[in-house]
Design a protein around this ligand. Structure first.
Ligand code: GDP
Length: 462
């Protein structure tokens, strides 16, 4: 390691102690003082500043540790390998003879939800070594089908001919299987998200902090290739915007979602995190304009944001939001707008959104394919990351907890089924050993990755 790296590492150690000295001293003092509220606000502001400084230093570590080029090359290599395996799977030498999996794109939901449906089918296909056939005639975003907007998911094999089609899971070994929606299958195969392929896991975890979403992002990368006309429409819309870095992406999902599947969040709740991002960035470099790319299905949000936050520059297309807000949501026009939004959100330096929305999650998954590791570059106001219909998501205890407060007890190695993070230092979950349900100090647990022995596609060179 370089001298700079060693110095930075020591600085973080020392400044973490300094943070504690400060908090301890100030709070002990404030106990005896009058006008506590004002004093506590000052302390909070100071802690925030010191926290940003620590995080900023930590983000510099990978730039100085000497492995940055290695991480970039490795991320590109593993992504390339997955893409080549998918290409191999999707283009069998003899299509007529190949085992196949059929999925229909007729899920009555939004585009994010439909993308996740295809991702689920493609993972299923990859796990069972079947070529995925996507039936999309009568698709709500283009009546003629997926292939009229995007490149087909196979160059050579797009039909099951006249072979008999058998519905999964009635039989596993039929030549042509058809798959229903993930929400309707009762016995979920272990290879479904958030599982990742065992043969690649130890490569992915060395450059990425959230391998499950990286893996899902790779599926999106394979399927989401706009055709020329669509790409031109996207490029033309983007060309009209002043999209420049640094920039923070904000996704605000309202309309039909609010009150049914998610709570209403005020613009202020998103902007707190945007401000925090820029305050931290300004510790190491000047920021001339605090830019925000705002994507939303609420036609009034852009104007509202501009009037409430005049010191920020908001990029976004009011007409896209307007289309997304109405019954025109499922038309070809709205698809172009949504692709612009997704593409740009995924190019932002940081993303503030609600993971209850599939659009927010797709943006993050795409972000994971645009860089080596996006796992530290987002904030979700509500859910932790998940894949709709996923298998159990556990965390594993890495420190013991005695459960002396309102939290539950656990031992090192216990698996805890996770319900969510409260973003206050605690999450909620169930200890699978004791069946106790309650609060868990998040920092004493780590994500439990499920490694599944997917086929290794030895025919595709490493
Ligand atoms: P979810 O309902 O938010 O979980 O995601 P879906 O993709 O299933 O459905 C939401 C639909 O609302 C999308 O497919 C879009 O048509 C529209 N929508 C939501 N947010 C946005 C946005 O930020 N921009 C655009 N253009 N459309 C959006």
């Amino acid at each position: 390691p370089t001298e700079d790296y060693e110095n930075l590492r020591r600085r973080i150690y020392s400044n973490t102690k300094e943070l504690w000295y400060y908090v301890h001293h100030e709070l002990t003092k404030v106990i005896q003082e009058d006008n506590k509220a004002e004093k506590i606000q000052t302390i909070l502001d100071q802690i925030g500043e010191r926290k940003r400084s620590l995080l900023s230093d930590q983000q510099s570590l990978p730039e100085l540790d000497g492995y940055n080029e290695w991480r970039q090359a490795e991320a590109a290599n593993v992504s390339d390998l997955v893409q080549r395996r998918l290409h191999y799977l999707q283009n069998p030498p003899d299509c007529k003879d190949a085992r196949k999996l059929i999925c229909n794109l007729n899920k009555g939901c939004g585009f994010g939800c439909q993308l996740h449906h295809i991702v689920y089918c493609l993972i299923f296909a990859y796990a069972t070594e079947r070529t995925l056939i996507l039936n999309s005639k009568g698709w709500r975003y283009n009546n003629k089908g997926w292939e009229y907007v995007f490149m087909p998911i196979s160059d050579t094999c797009t039909s099951a001919y006249d072979d008999k089609v058998v519905m999964w899971p009635v039989t596993y070994d039929a030549k042509v299987l058809a798959l229903t929606f993930i929400d309707s299958i009762s016995q979920k195969p272990k290879f479904l998200p958030l599982a990742i392929p065992k043969d690649l896991a130890h490569r992915i975890t060395r450059f990425n902090g959230d391998p499950s979403s990286w893996w899902i992002g790779q599926m999106l990368k394979y399927i989401l290739k706009p055709r020329q006309a669509m790409q031109k429409a996207i490029n033309d819309t983007i060309a009209k915007m002043n999209f420049k870095k640094p920039i923070v992406g904000v996704h605000i999902r309202r309309t039909d979602k609010v009150g049914t599947e998610a709570a209403f969040h005020h613009i202020h709740e998103y902007m707190v995190h945007v401000k925090d991002y820029y305050d931290q960035l300004e510790l190491t470099r000047p920021v001339d304009v605090r830019r925000v790319y705002l994507a939303t299905d609420d036609a009034n949000v852009l104007e509202d944001a501009r009037s409430k936050y005049p010191s920020y520059e908001f990029l976004g297309d009011a007409s896209i939001a307007k289309t997304a807000a109405t019954h025109r949501r499922y038309t070809p026009l709205s698809l172009t707008g949504l692709l612009v939004d997704l593409h740009l959100l995924a190019l932002c330096d940081y993303l503030v959104c609600t993971f209850s929305s599939q659009v927010g999650r797709v943006a993050y998954e795409m972000m994971q394919t645009n860089r080596v590791d996006a796992s530290d570059s987002f904030f979700s106001l509500d859910d932790i990351y998940y894949f709709g219909g996923q298998n159990a998501h556990d965390r594993v205890a890495v420190m013991p907890n005695d459960g002396a407060y309102q939290d539950i007890s656990f031992q090192v190695g216990d698996l805890i089924g996770i319900a969510g993070n409260h973003w206050n230092g605690y999450g909620r979950g169930t200890n699978k050993r004791t069946n106790m349900n309650g609060l868990i100090p998040w920092y004493k647990t780590a994500d439990h990755l499920v490694l599944y022995p997917f086929p290794e596609y030895k025919q595709v060179p490493l």
